[in-house]
Write a protein that binds this ligand. Structure first.
Ligand SMILES: [Zn+2]
Length: 277
């Protein structure tokens, strides 16, 4: 079952039965679906109940919880740097893990889940630059969306920006619970500086502060102030002093928490660079 929050005109944030969220952004001519979730149910059929416009699918990055639902669409776009991740995480090993997880959550698994082919996404062709970031515009009809490559959570992570609403869609590049501990993730301090640069660049370019943020692991829209506060909170010092946390992987995972704000950053401490401290 899907649930949907109609957060802004033409912007619907959808959450699937496994608990991951993705977003439909609709203009007067066409729409973008940003991510597809785990795909245990027919995402395309559901999206068609929300819009009658043609839908272009963009995948925020190559992790299974965002792109297994691409099976329901003929075509999707992904940053070239995450194609390898996509292949790995649509493979048998990952599907087996996801199937187990679904069964534990008592989410029905489609019969063809293990075998259904998932078309390899087309690489996003960036046509311009926003500050130092590669980007491209998508005109949806009275609504413009900027697609921006922001390596961090994975090398091919993208975010969307909707200037009309001062709205940033971060995918997994930022969540109140941000996971930066994957083998292909950047060091947490490099990621933090890049996110700050992104926000600075967008605010300079459009002359306004980011007001709204939509991320993939929360069903509700967030405030721009929250991401700014989070990035200020995860200082080099807190990264150095963060206690270890066992994520069940042979990675030197450490955690910064702020229970009052419900924030968490999990990162690989081995990747933290010493310079500039
Ligand atoms: Zn991810």
């Amino acid at each position: 079952m899907f649930t949907v929050n109609h957060v802004l005109p033409g912007v619907r944030h959808i959450t699937d039965a496994m608990g991951v969220s993705f977003t439909l952004v609709e203009g007067s001519n066409r729409a973008i679906l940003f991510d597809t979730g785990y795909g245990m149910e027919d995402v395309k059929a559901y999206v068609e109940t929300l819009t009658d416009k043609p839908v272009t699918v963009y995948l925020s990055h190559g992790h299974h919880d965002h792109m297994l639902g691409a099976r329901w669409f003929g075509k999707a776009f992904l940053c070239a740097e995450d194609l390898e991740e996509f292949i790995e995480r649509t493979g048998e090993g990952q599907r087996t893990k996801v199937m187990k997880q679904a069964q534990e959550q008592q989410v029905p698994v489609p019969e063809d889940f293990m075998t259904v082919p998932i078309a390899r996404p087309e690489a996003i062709c960036f046509t311009g630059k926003t500050g130092s970031f590669e980007s491209k515009y998508e005109e949806l009809g009275n609504l413009e969306v900027l697609v921006i490559k922001v390596p961090g959570h994975t090398p091919g992570s993208i975010v969307l920006y909707v200037p009309a609403y001062d709205l940033l869609l971060t995918g997994d590049d930022w969540n109140p619970c941000t996971w930066m501990w994957f083998p292909t993730s950047d060091s947490a301090n490099l990621w933090r500086e890049r996110m700050k640069e992104l926000i600075r660049t967008l605010e300079e370019e459009y002359g306004r502060s980011i007001r709204h943020v939509i991320c993939s692991h929360r069903p509700m829209m967030r405030e721009g102030n929250e991401i700014r506060g989070f990035l200020e909170y995860v200082t080099d010092r807190r990264m150095k002093e963060a206690p270890a946390i066992d994520m069940g992987a042979p990675i030197n995972t450490h955690e910064i928490r702020n229970d009052e704000k419900d924030w968490q950053l999990i990162f690989d401490q081995d990747k933290i660079k010493e310079e500039g401290q």
